[in-house]
Design a protein around this ligand. Structure first.
Ligand code: LP5
Ligand code: MN
Length: 275
């Protein structure tokens, strides 16, 4: 039985990598190739995967299915590299059903969201980010439902084929919801009198709530929050000199390709673009 970690303390000076939102899936072999090249090449001694590593995860028993060749390959790559670096996994909104069986097969340590990391003389708050997007009201309701243990037990008791079909339908629904939000946002922008009158309100672009982020940092006594999910890579200042570092999602097929790692080395965080 795994006990997800709410705190990780890393001694030593080895560098530490953070990635998220790779959305690995069999239909995107180039992203898998880029990630496996990265796994071979990284000098990191610890790797933090902060959610949405897989495009979708309908239950660990999928690994026993003959359809899961790709997912088994991913798990095996992690396991192989876990011999030389510690690999930590935090669930995202796509792969929250990745549990003990897959974690053990991959030799990954599970993290609670949010999690405190103490390393290289600093303290960092780590999160996927979805739970901090407070304007994403419908999603947050959905999240409460699917993170509930009883709901999960019930869902996981359904036949795998049925779960895969529900997951597929939910993905389609999610894309549909995002498209609706986006067009409503575009429409409200073009009808707005002045560009300031709208701002990036809840209509179009859900983002991490800055007050929420600040209070998380305060409660964990950190200056820096690292998260993914929003697909808006960058550094965003928060009050009192604190900051939020947002990881990039990965897509080897887009041009230019989005393949990025955030690396902590000698107390400094820098972004590394892969090729
Ligand atoms: O993932 P992304 O980037 O598209 O959007 C997220 C939020 N969406 C999700 C859903 C995932 O994409 C799909 C989940 C796959 C998990 C597989 C396990 C099986 C679970 C089965 C669940 C029934 O996380 C999206 C956010 C967006 O981030 C913000 O950036 O807005 O949230 C939504 O789209 C949720 C809807 O707004 C709420 C819909 C509630 C519907 C509940 C009915 C459940 C039955 C559905 C069957 C079709
Ligand atoms: Mn996400």
């Amino acid at each position: 039985m795994h006990h997800p970690l709410s705190e990780v303390v890393l001694e030593g000076t080895g560098c530490i990598d953070f990635i998220s939102d790779l959305h690995l899936q069999p239909s995107e072999p180039l992203s898998f190739d880029a990630w496996s090249r990265y796994m071979r090449a990284t000098p990191a001694s610890s790797l933090f995967i902060l959610g949405d590593f897989f495009e979708v995860w309908a239950g660990d028993d999928f690994l026993d299915s003959e359809l899961a060749d790709f997912e088994n390959r991913c798990i095996n790559v992690i396991k192989e590299h876990s011999q030389r670096m510690s690999i930590y996994f935090m669930a995202g909104n796509r792969d929250f059903l990745l549990k003990d069986k897959a974690l053990t097969a991959a030799n990954m340590k599970e993290l609670v969201d949010p999690c405190l990391l103490k390393a290289q003389g600093h303290r960092y708050a780590l999160s996927h980010g979805d739970a901090m997007c407070l304007t994403d009201v419908e999603y947050l309701k959905f999240r409460v439902m699917v993170r509930d243990e009883r709901w999960q037990t019930q869902f996981l008791s359904k036949p795998l084929e049925e779960r895969l079909a529900i997951a597929k339908a939910m993905r389609a629904k999610s894309e549909e919801e995002k498209a609706k939000y986006k067009s409503a946002f575009e429409a409200s922008k073009s009808s707005a009198q002045s560009s300031n009158s709208m701002g990036s309100s809840s209509i179009g672009l859900h983002d991490v709530d800055t007050d929420f982020a600040s209070s998380l940092l305060e409660s964990l006594e950190c200056d820096t929050l690292i998260h993914g999910h929003t697909h808006r890579p960058g550094e965003y200042p928060l009050k009192d000199g604190k900051r939020r570092l947002v990881l990039s999602d990965w897509d080897a097929s887009s041009s230019p390709a989005r393949l990025e790692v955030l690396r902590l080395d000698k107390g400094q965080l820098t972004r590394h673009t892969l090729s």
